[in-house]
Design a binder for this molecule. Structure first.
Ligand SMILES: [Zn+2]
Length: 97
C-alpha cells in the first residue's frame, strides 16, 4: 500500500503538504523531535517507470483497439498519467536517519 513517510527518529507522521515542501531538499529537521534526517528519492525512478508503463499500455491499447484514435485524447490521457505520477511523489519519498 501507498503510505507517506514518517520520521525515522520519532515516527511522526508527515502530511502530504509537509512532504511536498521538503521533498526537493537533501535533508530536513523533524518538526516534532528536531532531529535531522535524509530525504531519499530513489523510489521516484520506480514511480516514473510505472507511469511510463501505464502510458505505453494505454497508447498501444488506444492505437490498436479503438477504430478512430483521437490524438488529443491520447495526449490528454498521457498528461493525466504524468500529473498523477507527480502528485504521487510524496508517497515514494523515504526519510532516513
Ligand atoms: Zn521526529
Amino acid at each position: 500500500m501507498l503510505k507517506l513517510p514518517v520520521c525515522p527518529h520519532c515516527n511522526t507522521i508527515y502530511r502530504y503538504s509537509d512532504i511536498s515542501k521538503i521533498m526537493n531538499k537533501k535533508s530536513a529537521v523533524c518538526y516534532h523531535c528536531k532531529k535531522r534526517f535524509e530525504i531519499k528519492r530513489k523510489n521516484f525512478l520506480i514511480l516514473f517507470l510505472i507511469i511510463a508503463l501505464f502510458c505505453a499500455i494505454f497508447d498501444v491499447f488506444e492505437l490498436y483497439m479503438v477504430a478512430q484514435t483521437n490524438f488529443i485524447v491520447l495526449v490528454v490521457t498521457n498528461v493525466v498519467f504524468i500529473v498523477t505520477g507527480l502528485l504521487l511523489r510524496p508517497f515514494f519519498t523515504k526519510f532516513k536517519k
